[in-house]
Design a protein. Structure first.
Length: 578
């Protein structure tokens, strides 16, 4: 027997008493006050209507914890139950929502959960649906003892809390998607910019005004499919843009065989660009800003044709679409990811809610198969752990083959540690680098690992070093701890490439100095780590060929020099037979 069943058996052996709602709470409807939109002063306090927060205003009417139930307008769900909101703190409520507060003996949170289960289909009337105060007050509420109410609230709140967490995660993921979409479309490489009119055959308005309930083909309108028709006009995917009204600027794609309504613009794209890429570009431009007019805002084809859009190479467009399609699937597809998790939790919550609020002892059994989804492991649904900068680097590398990255964003740059010169010993194992690339001496300890890049910041300021052995970096050395995005040897070569820029930023005082901020703000062209290694391997072979005394050109030059000297001496050593 579950804890809930034990409580019902102990505290409600003869059933549960029902009371009218007005005996279970304080109804505060007479303190509500509407404000017209034009009269509202913008502020920090939520302004509630029938179905939740409508606005934020500069003052409040109520302060505390409240349950709000829609009175007229959008007051009933598709299941026939009321629209219920939970509100805390300082709020303003207009006359489209009933408002109640807690009284002794009945938990407000219990009422919040229970009211959502009541079928009010027969209590809502009128062309504008209305759930009157009279019917609201008379609503019948089962009132078990407080100990039972608390257990119900505890169980149900655990589900609503999880659902809220997942919804917040989904909201954050959608914002993350928009962030990366806009970043990817705000190119930091040289990309052709064209007017939209240059890459389309035409932007025209749909013409369909007729609908048929028996029609075979979809009719697309300003927000998607709005009906059926008997004949289709289009059989290729097209980008559609809402032309007029509150949805003006909404961008979507029509597929299959279809017709288009007269309130929607059709974008006929020329070959050579990825349609989905152009769709994402237009979506990121927030086209509603172009809508002009009062009651019926309007966007014209002429306005859109003048809009400038980035046109990268086709393969780059396709990689961008692949990235954004994956984000979109996580955020929007009910078959996967967070929405599916939220839907599952909502269904589970409703199951428990209905079980707990039925008060039929025979139907309150909570099966183990329902409980097991509470496990923490089930909640680990692709949590966001990467910093935005790290993820952007990977995205740019995937899409463009490299990313321009500020060195301070991919590595922590720190100074070495001063060492007293008297501590140095020629017999020490580790070289000490201070103010030049020539070791100051040798030390018994190392503070940097082998194969590390460093920059001299005083004396020979701006010189770039690389040590193949463990070493001691003194306080005039700038050292790098990278986050895994850059190969240390690749960094060495990249800094060498910018040696002239670095040297130009050295302050020429008595002792030349280079500030850490100069190095932090160096921009590195960063390919993926595998490509970095390939580049390093090539450059290292050149380095060995050019600089290693035992191999390559230097050895060849030395051999040729000896050969030259041998023949020189031979040829110039004449016998004197005078």
């Amino acid at each position: 027997m579950t804890k809930f069943e034990e409580l019902i058996k102990e505290f409600c052996p003869n059933g549960v008493e029902y009371k009218s709602l007005e005996k279970c709470c304080n109804i505060l409807d007479n303190k509500r006050k509407p404000i017209t939109k034009s009269s509202r002063e913008s502020g920090d306090y939520p302004y509630y209507g029938a179905n939740g927060i409508q606005d934020y205003v500069a003052n409040y009417l109520f302060d505390g914890k409240f349950v709000l139930v829609g009175e007229d307008g959008s007051v009933i769900t598709k299941f026939g139950t009321p629209v219920v909101s939970w509100a805390e703190g300082k709020i303003w409520v207009n006359n489209h929502a009933h408002i109640i507060e807690e009284v002794d003996g009945v938990l407000l949170r219990y009422l919040y959960h229970y009211i959502q289960t009541v079928d009010i289909t027969n209590l809502v009337h009128g062309n504008i649906p209305k759930f009157t105060g009279k019917d609201f007050r008379a609503m019948q509420i089962p009132v078990p003892p407080l100990v039972v109410q608390r257990e119900i609230v505890r169980v149900l709140d655990s589900f609503t809390l999880l659902s809220a967490e997942l919804t917040a995660e989904l909201t954050a993921r959608r914002k993350q998607y928009e962030f990366y979409r806009d970043k990817l479309l705000n190119f930091n490489v040289e990309i052709k910019i064209k007017k939209l009119g240059e890459i389309v055959h035409n932007i025209s308005s749909g013409k369909n005004k007729e609908r048929s309930p028996e029609g075979k083909y979809n009719v697309y309108g300003s927000t998607g499919v709005i009906g059926k028709c008997n004949n289709y006009i289009f059989d290729e995917d097209r980008i559609l843009i809402a032309r007029v009204g509150a949805n003006a600027g909404y961008v979507h794609i029509a597929t299959g065989q279809y017709d288009v309504s007269d309130n929607t613009l059709i974008v006929d794209l020329k070959n050579g660009n990825n349609l989905k890429f152009i769709f994402y570009v237009l979506q990121s431009r927030k086209l509603n800003q172009y809508a002009k007019g009062g009651g019926q805002p309007l966007i014209t084809a002429g306005q859109l044709k003048e809009m400038q859009v980035p046109i990268p190479p086709l393969d780059v467009q396709e990689r961008i679409v692949n990235v954004l399609d994956n984000f979109d699937a996580i955020c929007s597809d009910l078959g996967i990811g967070l929405p599916a998790e939220i839907e599952k939790r909502q269904q589970q919550y409703e199951f428990y809610r209905d079980k707990l609020l039925t008060f039929d002892l025979g139907s309150t059994t909570i099966y183990q198969t329902d409980r097991q989804t509470d496990r923490q492991t089930d909640r680990q649904t692709d949590r966001q752990t990467d910093r935005q900068t790290d993820t952007l680097i990977r995205l740019y590398q995937y899409v463009f083959g490299f990313a321009y990255v500020r060195l301070g964003d991919m590595a922590t740059i720190s100074r070495g540690i001063r060492v007293v010169k008297t501590q140095l010993d020629e017999k020490g194992e580790y070289p000490v680098y201070q103010n030049s690339l020539t070791p100051l001496g040798y030390y018994s300890e190392a503070n940097r690992k082998a194969n590390s890049t460093f920059v001299i910041s005083a004396g020979a300021a701006g010189e770039i070093g690389f040590s193949k052995v463990n070493f001691w970096a003194a306080d005039d050395c700038l050292c790098f701890d990278n986050n895994g995005f850059i190969n240390s040897r690749f960094l060495y070569y990249s800094l060498q490439k910018q040696q002239a820029i670095i040297s130009s930023r050295v302050r020429r005082a008595g002792v030349p100095r280079l500030s850490r901020s100069v190095i932090e703000n160096i921009i590195i062209s960063l390919p993926p780590i595998e490509e970095q290694q390939r580049i390093v391997d090539i450059l290292d072979r050149f380095d060995k060929l050019c600089n290693d005394i035992s191999a390559g050109l230097p050895a060849e030059i030395e051999a040729r020099q000896k050969q030259y000297e041998y023949f020189r001496d031979k040829l110039l050593q004449f016998n004197q037979n005078l």
